[in-house]
Structures are given as structure tokens and as C-alpha cells.
Design a protein around this ligand. Sequence first.
Ligand code: FAD
Length: 322
Amino acid sequence: MPQGILAVTEQADSALKNISFEVISTGKKLAETTGGPLTAAILGAGVDAMASQAAEYGADRILLADHEGLKDGLADACIQAVAQLVASADPAVVLIGATSLGKDIAARLSARLNAPLAMDCVAVRADGDRIVATRPMYGGKVLADVSLNGSPAIVAIRPRAMEAVAAQGAAGEVETVAVSLDGSTLSLVEKHMETGKIELTEADVVVTGGRGMGGDDFAVVEALAKALGGAVGASRSAVDEGWRPVSDQVGQTGKVVAPNLYIACGVSGAIQHLAGMASSRVVVAINKDPEAPIFSKCDFGIVGDLFDLVPALTAEIEKLKG
Ligand SMILES: Cc1cc2nc3c(=O)[nH]c(=O)nc-3n(C[C@H](O)[C@H](O)[C@H](O)COP(=O)(O)OP(=O)(O)OC[C@H]3O[C@@H](n4cnc5c(N)ncnc54)[C@H](O)[C@@H]3O)c2cc1C
């Protein structure tokens, strides 16, 4: 009989990503009502050192899928490993981050196992023997509770929606599972990565530029993001104009972010944009149009030209930092 929770983690540069700790912590909390064990799955090549990181957040058991074929984190290979770990752990619930990779894996796992899936969830709980997940719908206008009937219940968790809480004195039992990967149809040819770039969905601060940037020179926004240790985002208009890569897009058809601080520069505040940033803790809007809809959705609004205001803000922040 399926039992316990499998938390599927994600890693980069030999460390688990923050979303992994959020997923494990959510599993830990859920296990208080569903019963354990809470198992963390770590996929990659040379992942032994990450087991202790998963244990710190309360995983009772850590399954390592250590395989050269998993080193690039391609969904084609990862789904095979995750399916084998699910078969080995036989969990009642699979938790995974609703990141680009996590969503890909979750959807394929659901199809493979004919198991229920709730995507992009902001809460999850047990109601009797059923798992109930809360997910935003209609661009975040509605929060719907959905019941997952079947096993395992797969829940993809929105990054930064749940708190990562370290567990005191935890030490999980580590086991390496031999996974076999059949010839994947995809292989990585080249990876385009900016070193030191903070991932949008994991960033504590996001500074977004919209059509008001007027071109592909995002230097003022980049400088503000850098001063605050944050990431740069873009509205769809800015992406459609070719000013920023699609990976920077925030919104309904882009990424969902929930930073502590979101600064929207030259963004009007269309509903599709709000859908991607409405869970931000503090929103600051800079727009030269006092009637811009974003001003009704922000905590602090500054009316004016972003090309005057953003550099002034950056200079003040640099001054405060000394
Ligand atoms: C199905 C669908 C999905 C979509 N998905 C997304 C999505 O994921 N993300 C997204 O962002 N949009 C999305 N959109 C598009 C969305 O509807 C808006 O068109 C878009 O968000 C507008 O982008 P913007 O605010 O940058 O541009 P605009 O609406 O053109 O606003 C530009 C703002 O900049 C201000 N401005 C101009 N110059 C300056 C200056 N110098 N200083 C200060 N302010 C200035 C203007 O006053 C204006 O308010 C989607 C639309 C559809 C139909």
C-alpha cells in the first residue's frame, strides 16, 4: 500500500536549490497528518554531498539517483529516474517544485502513472485520506481547493509559496538507488548560462522592466537589481519586442515570482502580468502615468520617469550600503 511522501528535489552547481528545501519542508508538515516517512529524492551526477542538505530540512530518508546521464538535468532523463524512485519508494504523495523542470517532470509522471496532478500549488493538506491542494486560477483571481483522487497524488509547489524550515537535529538515512536510463532522445549540445545570474523564481528581489524601457537597454534596471542583489524580470511586451529573453518574462505565460520585493519599472499592470507577481510581499511601481493600473496593485507607487527615478534609487541604495 502506498505510504509516505516523496519530495523530489532540484539542484544546481552541487547544491540543492531553495525550492528543494521548500518542497521538503512542505512534505515534513504534510507528514504530520498523513504519516511518514518523508523521503527526499536527489537526482544528478555526484550528488552524495547533497544528502546532508536534504536531511537538514527533515527528510527521514534520502534516495540518491546518481547517474552520469542525469548531470545535465534534462527532463527526458530525469523523468525516467523519478519514475524508478517512485516505484522504489511507493509513496502516497509526490511533491515537486513547479519550476520549468519540475512542471515537465510532474506532467510526464502523472501521464506515466495515470496519477492525479495539481500544478502550481500554494498550499497542500490532508483531508481524511485525501490530499487537497490549493492552486490559483483565472490569473490568480481565485484560489481553488482541488482534491486529488488516486495515488500517488502529485503536487507541484509554486516556488517561494511555502516556507523552508530547517529541522533541528535531523539525520536522514541515505540510500543510493541504481537507476537505468534508456537511450534518451535528447542530449545537451550547448548550455547558455550567465554565470552569477540569480534565478528569477528564487530571487529575493526582482526588478522588472516593461515597455516603458523603450528599448533593449536595461542598464538602469540591471544596476538597481544588482544593488539590491536581485534578478531582472521583463513584461511580455518587453520580451515580444525582443529586448529581453523569454526566460525573463514574468506573468501568466511567463514565470511566477514571489520575491520579498518586486519593483515594476515602466509596467502598466495588465492582469496577465499581475498573475505572475501578485504574491510578491512588497510591490513598488514606477510609472510616469498616474492612472496606470499597477498603482492600484502596489504597496508603494512613484509617479515619474523611470530613467530619472531608477538611477536615483540605485544611488541611494549604494550610499546606504556604504
Ligand atoms: C493570453 C495572454 C497572455 C499574456 N501573458 C503575459 C505575461 O505573462 N506577462 C506580461 O507581462 N504580459 C502578458 N500579456 C500581455 C499583457 O496583456 C500586457 O500587454 C503587457 O503586460 C503589457 O506590458 P507593459 O506593461 O510592459 O506595457 P504597456 O502596457 O505598454 O505599459 C508600459 C507602461 O510604461 C509606462 N512608461 C512609459 N515610459 C515610461 C517612463 N519613461 N517612465 C516610467 N513609466 C513609463 C507607461 O505609462 C505604461 O504604463 C499577456 C496577454 C495575453 C492576451
